[in-house]
Design a protein around this ligand. Structure first.
Ligand SMILES: [Mg+2]
Length: 303
């Protein structure tokens, strides 16, 4: 019997994730699948919990959940000498860039049957996997101001996130962030800094709501897109966001935009490092080493 693993972040959408997981499990069981649910953090999944014959894995949650599920499945499947099963995403929470990128729009009234059809004969989209200081990511890494906001949010966060959740952390960071100099090396060549700035490295053009910082990024071109922008103060940051919304930031003086395979970002004048975020989650501080992995993740998209 074909097996499907269902992962839900139990706190996503105020418990909605768990309820959806039960619905999907029932739908899959009715469709003849051996469906198993996992409601704990994916990091706690062990090799014993990953049976053979897994046709697909369903990730219910935000981009952070998708990232965590993809990483854990990849690590366990690789250790067992198997292929990582393809992922199907049911978005919950605020940020679902991967779903937006894939153009997935589930109909809640027919979710179970749509999911079963997608697993049976959906389309497979290949996405380059990359890693940042050893952590797998599928979307992007941000270094600087926006990562500082993500760090502040994760510090004060209590429960599910909405767009309003970002307002207070953004105000706190705006009042205190000092825009430390960063330095960017791509494929062994220094391309930016040390200079006050913000840096994005990634594989998809979407970021947040309407700020495509990596407009030329493609998830299947075997390359990472890198955008490093001079940014010394809040006014610069606001201006960059507005320019990015119009897709014009890459033509600004001092902005470096290129493609590459290996990226190193550090902050030589700031020993404590500059905040880093990976796929929207706080992920420590610089220095960071980013590179593409020799694997592509398979994502399932309904027809
Ligand atoms: Mg790419």
């Amino acid at each position: 019997m074909d097996r499907v693993l269902i992962f839900a972040n139990p706190i996503a959408g105020r418990g909605l994730g768990e309820a959806i997981a039960y619905r999907i499990r029932e739908g899959l069981a009715a469709g003849g699948y051996d469906a198993r649910m996992w409601l704990l953090p994916p990091t706690e999944l062990t090799e014993d919990d990953l049976p053979t014959g897994v046709t697909a894995a369903v990730a219910i949650g935000g981009d952070g959940t998708v990232r965590a599920v993809a990483e854990r499945l990849y690590v366990l499947a690789t250790a067992a000498g198997r292929e990582t099963p393809p992922l199907l995403i049911i978005p919950l929470g605020t940020a679902n860039l991967m779903v937006r990128h894939l153009g997935i729009d589930w109909d809640d009234d027919h979710l179970e049957s749509q999911v079963v059809s997608a697993i049976r004969d959906g389309q497979i989209v290949w996405v380059d996997a990359a890693r940042c200081n050893g952590s797998l990511f599928l979307l992007m890494v941000g270094v600087g101001f926006d990562a500082a906001v993500v760090h502040e949010l994760s510090r004060v966060r209590r429960g599910p996130i909405s767009y309003a959740s970002y307002v207070l952390p953004a105000a706190t960071v705006a009042a205190s962030y000092r825009f430390p100099p960063v330095r960017v090396e791509v494929d062994g060549k220094m391309v930016f800094g040390p200079e006050d700035g913000v840096v994005f490295v990634g594989n998809v053009r979407e970021y947040g709501t309407g700020f495509p910082f990596l407009p030329q990024a493609r998830p299947d071109d075997g390359l990472l897109d890198i955008c490093a922008m001079p940014c010394s103060n809040l006014l610069d940051a606001a201006r960059l966001f507005l320019l990015a919304a119009a897709g014009e930031h890459i033509h600004e003086e001092g902005v470096v935009y290129l493609k590459g395979r290996r990226v190193r970002i550090d902050s030589p004048l700031t020993p404590a490092g500059v905040p880093v975020q990976i796929d929207g989650d706080a992920a420590g501080h610089t220095p960071v080493e980013i590179d593409l992995m020799p694997v592509r993740m398979r994502l399932i998209v309904p027809r």
